[in-house]
Write a protein that binds this ligand. Structure first.
Ligand code: ZN
Length: 85
């Protein structure tokens, strides 16, 4: 039996809707240097390769956190680099 419904989430940067399993999921634990629990958010694979300044702007806007550890974010999902830089 095939189910047609798949959960959809929105990328916080480009605001495009994708299937949840195509997006990269983050929470505040991923973006800070210390442990904390908070709401999670999603970023698509195209947006994660965008300019650091752009990413920081969007992520701090939705998490209300200024000291984002963007290196940690990228490291955790890109395994060392962006495929189309
Ligand atoms: Zn996006």
């Amino acid at each position: 039996m095939r189910k047609k419904f798949k959960p959809v989430r929105m990328c916080v940067v480009c605001r495009t809707r994708y299937y949840k399993d195509e997006l990269l999921k983050f929470n505040q634990k991923n973006i800070l240097n210390f442990d904390s629990v908070g709401r999670s958010f999603y970023i698509c694979r195209d947006c994660i390769c965008k300019d650091d300044k752009i990413l920081k702007k969007y992520i701090s806007k939705i998490t209300k956190i200024d000291n984002i550890n963007l290196e940690k974010i990228k490291e955790s999902v890109l395994y060392g680099g962006c495929s189309h830089k």
